[in-house]
Design a protein around this ligand. Structure first.
Ligand code: FES
Length: 229
């Protein structure tokens, strides 16, 4: 049985969706592919349709995305997809950090925007392996007298980055709710999804975070007070 299916409202009509909702070149590619499928026996090549659209006929759009209350507006948008699954039907890994089995039913929102058609065309194949959204940041971690320098990806929590680097992390619930991994941000920005932000008011005020539910933004320094034995 399918559970936790996301809800979407388009022009006042609400529907549940299974894998993803795509606007822009993704939706247009599917629309043209459906027409070709209905009018011809030949196999439909969605990649060819997308490339033709990329080369000329697709008109760039403006899009506004509201993710957990964080509103962002983008110009020159090629596509904006909300994904329950990680892949498009054709096998493109558009949302590499998405996990459709997560109990909380969260989705990923991916926006592809860039004015230059040629550059977009050259980078389009990176979607196949999900390399279009991977960014790496430098993370400095203070634990008592020790200082660790490591690389954190934008699509992993700080705890995951620590564990990947072989640093034993202080962790229990892994969803931001227990406060056991409570740490201080010395420098830099970060992102916490609204639904995963269980910090007390004082913690927010004095820049404390729960690294198990916090994602890095460029070049952070954090101070972790204790370590697992
Ligand atoms: S381990 Fe529970 S809040 Fe991080």
């Amino acid at each position: 049985m399918m559970k936790n299916l996301p809800l979407i409202t388009v022009k006042g009509i609400q529907r549940r969706f299974v894998n993803g909702i795509g606007y822009g070149i993704d939706g247009e590619t599917c629309r043209i592919g459906d027409i070709q499928r209905a009018t011809s026996d030949k196999p439909v090549s969605y990649s060819n349709i997308a490339i033709k659209l990329l080369l000329g006929s697709y008109k760039l759009k403006k899009a506004t995305a509201d993710v957990d209350g964080k509103v962002s507006t983008f110009e020159n948008v090629w596509m904006a997809s909300t994904m329950k699954g990680r892949f498009y039907g054709g096998g493109m890994m558009v949302a590499p950090a998405q996990d459709r089995f997560k109990e909380d039913g969260t989705v990923s929102v991916v926006t592809l925007y860039k004015k230059n058609r040629l550059v977009t065309l050259m980078r389009f194949p990176s979607l196949n392996k999900g390399e279009h959204v991977l960014k790496k940041f430098r993370l400095t971690v203070h634990i008592h007298d020790a200082v660790y320098e490591l690389v954190a990806n934008n699509n992993e929590t700080l705890i995951t980055a620590l564990e990947r680097a072989g640093i034993p992390a202080v962790v229990r619930c892994r969803n931001g709710s227990c406060g056991f991994c409570h740490s201080r941000v010395v420098h830099g920005n970060y992102y916490i999804a609204k639904k995963d932000d269980f910090r007390r008011l004082a913690d927010r005020k004095f820049n404390y975070i729960h690294p198990c539910s916090t994602y890095p933004e460029p070049d952070m320094i954090i101070d972790i007070p204790i370590m697992n034995p």
